[in-house]
Write a protein that binds this ligand. Sequence first.
Ligand code: FE2
Ligand code: FE2
Length: 303
Amino acid sequence: MEQGLYLRRYNEYIEKSSQNNAELSLIAKGDGTEVMIQRIKAGEIFFVGPGDSKELMEFFYILEGQILLEQEDNDIVLQREDYFYIHHLKENVQFKVIEDVRLLYVSTKSVFQYLSESIKELNEIAKKSQEKDMYTHNHGARVKDYALKIGNKLGLSKEKLEDIGFASLFHDIGKINVPDEILKKTGRLTSEEMEYIKKHPLDGAKMVEKTYYKKIGRIIEEHHERLDGSGYPNGLMDYEICIEAKIIAVADAFDAMTTDRPYKKAMLPSEAVNELKILSGIHYDERVVNAFEYILKAEGVIK
Ligand SMILES: [Fe+2]
Ligand SMILES: [Fe+2]
C-alpha cells in the first residue's frame, strides 16, 4: 500500500471505547484531528460542550437514527443526513437520542484519549508506579510540562508534541515491575539490582504497544539512551535516538536532580542546568539543553 494512505473497511477502527449505552470508535487521526464513529442508544442524553479550548471545532453528521434538541420555544429533531457543528460554543448543549443513533464525529482536538479504556489503564499504572516511590509523585506531569516547552521551542509539529506529551506521562510506567526494595533503596545499587531498573524502558514500551498509542513505544524505550552510547537498554548512539526521547531525557534528568530522592537531596535549578551543560553533547543533545536553558531563563527560574 502507498505509504501514508490508510484504507479501511466498514466497522474497522483504530481503537474502540464502550460504555453502557454508547460506543466510540476512533477511525482516523492525524495532526491533532480525530475522526470517530459514535453510537448511542435511544433514551440516552448526550452533551456537546465548549471544552477547554476556544479553537475547538467539532462536527457531527448523523449516519442513522434520530436526536432531539430541546429548546424553550420549539424542539428540533435531527435525523439521517442532518448535521451540526460547534465552534466557539459558549455553553453545553444537550441532545436526547430518540432512535439509536450513529454519528460521524470529527474533532480538531484529540478527545478520544479521555475516553479510551487503554489510556485510562495506562494512567492507573502510571499513578501506581509513581506511588511505589513517594519521591516520584507527579514526576510524569512535570516531565511533560518541561518536555512540551522544549519541543515547542524546537518547533516540533503538533503531532510530535502530542506524542511527547503521552510519552512523558508514561515514560516510567515500566517501573511498576521493579521491586519496591530496589526503588526505595538509599544506598548504591548492586549490578543485579541495576539490571532490574534497566528493564523499565522496554517494559514500558511493551505496555503502550498494546494500545492505539503504540508509536510512543519507541520514545519510552529510548528515554535512557545517551548520545555517546553509554545509555540503556540498547546503547544507541546519537543519530539512532529519536528527538522525542532526547527531549524527555533532558526533562527527566532535570526533574530527577531538582526533586528530593532517597539517595540525595534536591539540587537548585541552576546547579541542575550546569550538570546538563557539562554532559551536553555527551549524554544530552546540545540543541535540547540549549532550548531548555533558554526557557528556564525566560521564566526566571535561573539567571
Ligand atoms: Fe526512566
Ligand atoms: Fe523518569
